[in-house]
Design a protein. Structure first.
Length: 139
């Protein structure tokens, strides 16, 4: 199949998956296009306004993320979570809703790594760097 037709097929799958997600659909079509895979999301939630401790708010969100059962890792600047599109967007939405109840303004940063055909991204990302370095990195 010519490259242009393959690219158009991928674009059609992405468009359909996006429309399904926007209409409350699942990531079933996405899996049909690309196979079972996971995505990695970096989520940063920053409550603005007020003089509350944001660490207490963030602790509640991390507790919720942990209860989801998805692999996650807390960093100084956010939380990494691995899961499907629907799972990750559900977590982002819940975190936004919960924090928004406590403050008039919230800043949310989301970065996604959608690497076709890859799974276990959170566990292997650092391991690949350590392997190339030939030593462990500081955590």
């Amino acid at each position: 199949m010519p490259l242009s037709l393959r690219v158009l097929g991928v674009q059609a799958c992405l468009l359909e998956a996006r429309m399904l997600a926007n209409n409350g659909g699942s990531d079933r079509r996405r899996r049909a296009c690309f196979g079972e895979m996971a995505m990695l999301m970096e989520l940063t939630v920053i409550p603005l306004g007020g003089k509350r401790s944001i660490s207490a708010d963030i602790s509640e969100l991390v507790g919720f993320i942990g209860e989801s059962g998805l692999p996650y890792q807390v960093t100084a600047f956010g939380t990494l979570v691995e899961g499907s599109w629907d799972q990750l967007m559900g977590i982002a939405k819940k975190c936004h809703t919960d924090i928004r109840k406590k403050t008039d303004r919230v800043l949310i940063l989301i970065r996604l790594d959608d690497y076709a055909g890859r799974t276990d991204l959170l566990a292997t990302a650092v391991a690949h760097v350590e392997q190339k370095l030939g030593r462990p990195v500081k955590h």
